[in-house]
Design a protein around this ligand. Structure first.
Ligand code: MN
Length: 233
């Protein structure tokens, strides 16, 4: 990272978060992790909200929350950790005020991810009008699978989004149920942020979110994109 002519860091810099890529030995470096809230009507309803298409809202996970080792350590300070299966959208380029019609040209590829959530702490934060980070952006809260390049699979806009716990289907939706489609979420994000190569978007979860316990085995999949198995320990 450093050489004789570069900056000397006072402490060791943190590692670069990265995702594997199907069919490649190269890694995809993760810059920022944007998450979209309430992007499937049925999930909005189960969380107590109006299913009508409201403007999208976003929150962040920290890039270091992304893991790929197939485990999810049960976090501290909660007794109600929920699974949220989501399609991950990875950007190879960025910009501001990206047109919907240009948005997919910025996508490198897609993956399967879990937006693990301390639901009790998120609920408390909502009630008090506080930020969501303690509920959403904690260590290892973003188990993800490898990315599949769009050059191989195109840009999926329909297909099953599934999550099973110990073999039982808990979440079952379809990409075509997204209120805000991938090109729209990229366009809208780019109105608020200068999108950058390496940014990823967790694109929201279908209904059926629920709690996991230590020992549970989660299998999350997005049709045509991939499947991951994650053990809660
Ligand atoms: Mn989510």
């Amino acid at each position: 990272m450093t050489d004789a002519t570069s900056v000397a860091y006072a402490i060791t810099p943190p590692p670069i978060a990265a995702l594997p890529i199907v069919g490649s030995s190269a890694l995809f470096p993760v810059n920022r992790v944007f998450c979209i809230g309430r992007n499937y009507a049925a999930h909005a309803v189960e969380m107590g909200h109006d299913p009508d298409k409201e403007p999208p809202f976003f929150f962040f996970k920290h890039p270091s929350n992304i893991t790929t080792d197939g485990t999810f350590p049960y976090p501290t300070q909660t007794s109600d950790v929920h699974h949220e299966v989501e399609m991950v959208v990875a950007l190879k380029s960025g910009g501001t005020d990206i047109a919907v019609s240009d948005a997919l040209a910025h996508v490198y590829g897609y993956g399967v991810g879990l937006d693990m959530t301390r639901r009790d702490l998120q609920g408390e934060a909502k009630k008090l009008g506080r930020p969501w980070e303690v509920g959403k952006s904690f260590e290892k809260s973003g188990p993800c699978g490898p990315l599949v390049p769009a050059s191989q699979i195109g840009h999926p806009d329909s297909g099953a989004v599934l999550l099973k716990v110990n073999g039982e289907v808990r979440q079952e939706g379809d990409l075509n149920q997204m209120l805000w489609k991938v090109p729209e979420m990229i366009a809208i994000l780019s109105q608020f942020f200068e999108l950058q190569p390496g940014d990823i978007i967790m694109s929201g979860t279908p209904s059926g979110v629920g709690a996991v316990e230590r020992g549970d085995i989660m299998v999350a999949s997005v049709a045509g994109v991939g499947e991951i198995t994650v053990t809660v320990n």
